[in-house]
Design a binder for this molecule. Structure first.
Ligand code: BT5
Length: 252
């Protein structure tokens, strides 16, 4: 039982002990007409996914692995903004529940002590001019110990418990995330991305710093100057050319 404080988000919840990916299940439910706010939560994912079909390590009982269905009346180009909206909501909730202050790394990572604690994956069902559904996948490392991470990510990943030095309950955190996300999502639909951008900047790392952006089109090195009112990353390269980046992996 989550003890929800929301009007809509999480009112239909599908719990699973084990799934391949909550994203796949949520996408199917969305396709079948599930209402906005429908949430899929799993104890364990056997084939948790990151962006570009990368793997998301989702062991049993130690994390929050969930996917939320939204149906925003927006064109598909704007959907990446929802990743940033979710990142702010999750950061606020982590801060509220644990007292830890997270950093958001554009576009979809939340870091603690410079290590990845949360990954967000936003996927769409859309026509060229209209979104049918947005599936927001949220993976949070909650109670893993350092040894429980596979070796290849041990140096780049962390959990709330590692950072806080004690176990963290998952249900109140899910409840808080949904509460914050519902509030920000409403604000986003009424007033657009700009007010969210201000909150986002409060958590952002890497702005003003030299970064390397790996995009599908190639690698760009430069200084991250901020994000646009649409949520794109503004990168100034060594020749002082400005690049607007839709999607990339960022390294410091
Ligand atoms: C992400 O991708 O960060 C998005 C992760 C989304 C996971 C959620 S869980 C619920 C829902 N169902 C799913 O199947 N997925 C979503 P990306 O930015 O591509 O980062 C992926 C990379 O993060 C991997 O290549 C690893 O290097 C690293 N990684 C994998 N598992 C991790 C973990 N548990 N903690 C930290 N880093 C991890």
């Amino acid at each position: 039982q989550l003890g929800l404080k929301t009007e809509k988000l999480g009112h239909a919840i599908h719990f699973f002990d084990e799934v391949d990916s909550t994203q796949r299940i949520a996408a199917r439910l969305a396709y079948e007409g599930a209402p906005e706010g429908t949430l899929v939560v799993a104890e364990e994912q056997k084939a948790g996914r990151g962006r570009l079909d990368r793997k998301w390590f989702s062991p049993k009982g130690t994390g929050i692995w969930m996917s939320l269905i939204l149906r925003p009346p927006i064109p598909p180009q704007q959907a990446p903004q929802l990743t940033l909206v979710a990142a702010v909501a999750i950061s606020q909730a982590i801060q509220e529940i644990t007292g830890l202050v997270p950093d958001i790394k554009w576009p979809n990572d939340i870091l603690l002590s410079g290590k990845k604690c949360v990954g967000i994956l936003t996927e769409l069902q859309a026509d060229p001019d209209r979104v049918h559904s947005v599936i927001i996948g949220i993976g949070i490392n909650v109670n893993q110990t350092v040894e429980q991470f596979p070796e290849d990510i041990r140096s780049i990943a962390t959990s709330l418990a590692i950072e806080k030095g004690g176990r963290v309950k998952r249900a109140p955190l899910i409840q808080e995330i949904l509460f914050r996300l519902e509030r920000l999502y409403k604000q986003y639909l009424e007033h657009g991305f700009r007010p969210i951008k201000l909150l986002w900047e409060g958590y952002a790392v890497s702005i003003g710093k030299p970064v390397t952006a790996r995009t599908l089109g190639g690698v760009i090195r430069g200084i991250a100057r901020g994000i646009t009112d649409d949520g794109l990353l503004i990168l100034e390269d060594e020749q002082k050319n400005i690049h607007y980046i839709h999607s990339a992996d960022i390294q410091f």
